[in-house]
Design a protein around this ligand. Sequence first.
Ligand code: SIN
Length: 498
Amino acid sequence: MGSIVDLPQIIGDRLDRLRETLLLRDGIFIGGEWTSGSSNERLDVLNPSTGQIIASVACATDVDAHRAIVVANDVMREWSARTATERADVLMRWYQLLLDNVDDLATILTAEQGKPLSEAKGEIAYSAAFVRWYAEEARRSYGDVIPTNRAGRRLFALRQPVGVVAAISPWNFPALMIARKVAPALAAGCGVVLKPPSEAPLSALALAELGHRAGLPPGIFNVVHGQPEIVGPVLTSSPLVRMLTFTGSTEIGKLLMAQSSTTVKRLALELGGNAPFIVFDDADIEMAVRGAIEAKFRNAGQTCVCANRLIVHSSVREEFVSQFVSAVGKLKVGDGFDPDVTIGPLIDEAAVAKVERHLHDATSQGATIAHGGHRHSLGGTYFEPTVLVGVKSSMDVTREETFGPVAPVLDFETEEEALALANSTESGLAAYFYTRDVGRVFRVGEALEFGVVGVNTGAISYEGAPFGGVKESGLGREGSRHGLDEFTELKYLCVDGI
Ligand code: SIN
């Protein structure tokens, strides 16, 4: 085992403004202790706004990852035997600590991920809301009493924790995606081993520190930052890990699914999206424009539920595009710590390259740029918020998830055509549409092949609602009471001889 790390090795900028410097950790967290792990390897964390290294974080080896799994499995026995109220009390303290430290947590998040500080604060508050929700739901994990089929027999269905959970979280929401996975797992009585993203691991480490302070038993929540190709296979192959929960690309989701098949793990996968955003001819255009800005440009277009295709009725297209371009022109690109900034940088150079490839493909096939279209003059990985018109469904920008600040606009004439365009994707996470026709709300809402549908809104996310995809966008649901069920097994108990 490596030495206990007391103070982080801060190399770079921004983080000197933290009130509580010990939230900034640079170790791996196993059994309630910070350690540098069994090798000396470390990975640098960059601030995408400045390109500077802000920290260097210890990497777990396969030995460390195994140890974390064994510890989680051992500690789970005691944690799952506690009453639901006792588990809920600890989660409530964690929730309160997240809120008490919202400024520091948001600073860490913006420094490692680049999103505007106001969005980062919103993400921390929303993460806390998930912890509170599952603290409350812990006490409502009901089973069934089943009417008996024979005299002298009683039948029950009990909800029990699924076992050790491996969680792999993404860089686009470095805190939220952890809260959505770890809080319900802990509420259900499971032990957790988390692999945070190598691009943005500091939020995960701060969350673990606060969980520890809240009274989570040492070893129930472990964080093994490290190289995905080292840590991932340990998590997917260990027979002690009974469930894998992952948010990220469909490509990696399929790989993890295949790896997990050897031990037949429960899977919860929140994978890529390709969200349509339909504006019907009877829509409130101002409202649709506001929704499109929110659904397209939040987190610089780097969310799985970002509107990827704006599908607009030809009779309102001109009005919509004119208002939309004017609203896009008011967005301010820059460093997330600047209070006026609404769009930060993209996470890395590969993300910018994908945006450029999509733009090149679209414009070479006849689409035109109505706004933006270039790397931003600030340099680095900043990109201008962009509107493309004259887009066809054959173009890469509509067939693939761009994950950047590009809004392609397509036309349609009939409701059937809009639905066919919207559903013509192997992804099925989120969809949005705007209409004032009540009949259409239900017709289209039911016909869209997506797990989450927003009607007359671009902001659908809420901890009390089930979130997840159909088709290649994944398996399982996060949030709501269903999000707790994912982490439980239903055991049938048949008692005879009464
Ligand atoms: C995402 O999955 O990328 C977005 C999550 C959310 O907004 O809840």
